[in-house]
Design a protein around this ligand. Sequence first.
Ligand SMILES: [Zn+2]
Length: 334
Amino acid sequence: MDKIVLGLDIGGTSVKIGFLTRKGEILKKWEIPTNRKEHGKYIVEEIWQSVLKNLTSINLDQQSIYSIGAGAPGFIDRNSGIIYEAVNIGWKNYNLAGQLKALANVPVFIENDANLAALGENWKGAGNGARNMIAVTLGTGVGGGIIVNGEVLSGVNGTGGEIGHIIVESEGAVCNCGGKGCLETIVSATGMVRQALELIGDNPSSQLSNLYDKNGEVSAKDVFNLAGKGDKLSQQIIDRNTGILGSLLANLSVIINPSVITIGGGLSQAGETFINAIADSFHRNAMPRVSEVCSIKVAELGNDAALIGAAKMSHDFDMQSILLNENTCDKTAY
Ligand SMILES: [Zn+2]
């Protein structure tokens, strides 16, 4: 069997682990819980033990690993392999690449998880190989990955492409980043719940208010469900969110000039109406020349995007090495 790429998508709750071919096909994938004890010091060792066990289960061993690609939330320096800070995990100035390299002794590639998902989506999903693309992930928070001229935009200290922290409402709700009114405080599952709770009191006859009185809580899913049943208050929240996101993407597109924008994450599953409303707002607000070349698409790879992105980093490294006609290249691997 050919050598495999080990893909890791390290999140605050679970670590997704995958064995992939060097062409990005997933051979096996599974998850383990993220052990956040003592600032996450056991995570890498637990991943490695799980990897060894699963290699054995398919009659492979450590020598079968060609390279490792890993994504984690937070600010990451892909060139040094260091995680400046991953709040949900507990890592600060953590040398993830070094730790993995010490265990596996193969090239290791590290990237922010949203950037990794953008790479995966670009390679095998809705991005369809676009050289200029914006990927947005709408979940509990808002993730963003931007590909410009075929490369992920990372910036001077790993903050490039953090779309969720663009301010859209000055003096708005406080964000996890310490700022106020970031996109993430509005167009996310938590943002939608917050807006719903703010509006319920003034609109006691709405279906949303009735549901809240009955259950003592509401979810973003409830807002979508009730909007589908004609609840005006729920529709008002969705209209505001799609309007804000569409115009923000139109503004970003003046800088990036992308051919595709992918929308992923839990909220992207809310249905065609939601995505179409984002697209309408985008095309209404974007400069005609920007709008006419860009389509808004639902991301296709779901939770696999970051694992596939991990294989893409390894693939790109190989391509660079071939171009340079040498076996080593000091750009991103360790
Ligand atoms: Zn923020």
